[in-house]
Structure formats: C-alpha cells, structure tokens
Design a protein around this ligand. Sequence first.
Ligand code: ZN
Length: 88
Amino acid sequence: MAWYKNADNVVQAHGTESVWSTYYKPAETVPVSGIYRCKNCGKEVTCNSDDPFPPQNHHQHPQAGAVLWRLIVWTNTSGNQSHGTVQS
Ligand SMILES: [Zn+2]
C-alpha cells in the first residue's frame, strides 16, 4: 500500500475509467501518470504517462507469476478538481 501523510491531499475516485482495472505488462506504454502496484508481489512504482513501464528485469518473483502493473493512485497533473472522478 502507498502511504500518505495528509488525507486532504487525496480523494477517492468514483470514475469507471478502464485504466483503473487494466493490468499492464513490463515495457508497455504508461496510460496515465500515477502510482502502479504489481498484482503478484505488491511492489509499487511511480510512472509518467507515455513512458514505458519498467522492463521485465525490474524485479523478479520468487514464485511463478507475471509482473503486472495496475493503477492505484492517479496523479492530478492537470489541476482539474474533477480529475479522476468523472463517470464514464
Ligand atoms: Zn511483482
């Protein structure tokens, strides 16, 4: 889990954008800037949109299971207060 100090700086998103539920493979293009967590080990990375996700050799799992990244915190790079909360 990611940590935060002050809850005023984060807000729960209620949007249904597919980016919240999609798993991304190593080296795929990052769709939105934010914090992503590996489905199989819990390791987290901070990624910028349009960059590639970390390569396959970023980390290895002691047990079987692919490295798969899913968005857990969507960075508000636009400053738009409704960012991440728009129903789609
Ligand atoms: Zn992992």
